[in-house]
Design a binder for this molecule. Structure first.
Ligand code: SF4
Length: 252
């Protein structure tokens, strides 16, 4: 875990994400087609993505307001903050997301994390290892004791699957502040109730190091241009199954 440094997060750098490393682990050829050749389907913003970014905006408005005012919001403040957060949406979309926003904020303000004063909000980071591995992300919220990510989904997140992401945020927090956070966590607001699922860990530097080592391995294989197909059950969900010679699925 030596040789790491922070870079300007606004640089247009080629970085690896936990999700793209996962795609590489499932099938290196699929990774090449998706991330190197950009051969996947055209990007389309789904209603779920729209809701996610609108809700991130609402949470960002709340946390920035708390940083500036140093206060805890009242009912009137919350109404204004929700309006501000949803202002980019059409009136129909705003109406659709208003109740969910209210439920999420209610849940959030009853959670212990909300008592802590935010330190940084929506902070992007780009970090580079000694070998040239670049990792990028956005910290949704940091407090004096922790680093937190928000999600707005209709299903519970898996702690096992999410832990590498929490290690990544812990490492970014360490590079930014010089220390590991006491907690690194996910607050998953479930649709349509806004009920809150919390996943949090106390980051252990050894485990964080293991996650970084795995990402380094993927980075090294990409640098060596190791893109062999890995056919298997993952071919069923693969966007390239129709044209891939190695696919295990019948051609249509
Ligand atoms: S169809 Fe299967 S082998 Fe081919 S790229 Fe997709 S996952 Fe890999």
């Amino acid at each position: 875990m030596t040789g790491w440094k922070l870079r300007d997060p606004h640089e247009k750098a080629k970085y690896l994400s936990i999700s793209s490393a996962k795609v590489y682990g499932q099938c290196p050829l699929s990774w090449k087609k998706q991330y190197l050749e950009k051969g996947g389907p055209a990007f389309v913003q789904t209603p779920a993505m729209l809701l996610g970014s609108a809700m991130h905006e609402v949470m960002q408005c709340l946390n920035k307001w708390r940083v500036q005012s140093g206060a805890f919001p009242t009912g009137d403040d919350l109404g204004l903050l929700i309006e501000r957060g949803l202002r980019q949406l059409t009136p129909a979309q705003r109406l659709l997301h208003m109740t969910f926003s209210q439920k999420c904020l209610h849940q959030y303000l009853n959670h212990p994390v909300s008592i802590e004063q935010p330190v940084f909000v929506e902070k992007p980071f780009l970090m580079e290892s000694g070998s040239g591995l670049m990792l990028y992300g956005i910290i949704d919220l940091s407090t004096p004791t922790g680093v937190w990510d928000y999600k707005f989904t209709s299903s519970r997140a898996s702690a096992t699957e999410y832990t590498p992401q929490l290690h990544l945020y812990s490492w970014a927090y360490h590079l930014i502040t010089g220390q590991f956070p006491e907690h690194s966590g996910l607050l998953n607001f479930l649709k349509p109730t806004g009920n809150l699922q919390e996943i949090s860990i106390t980051p252990d530097p050894k485990n964080v190091g293991q996650t970084l080592d795995k990402l380094e391995e993927v980075h090294a294989k990409i640098q060596e241009r190791q893109f062999d197909p890995k056919p298997g059950s993952n071919c069923k969900q693969c966007n390239f199954a129709d044209t891939c010679e190695a696919s295990t699925t019948p051609k249509t």
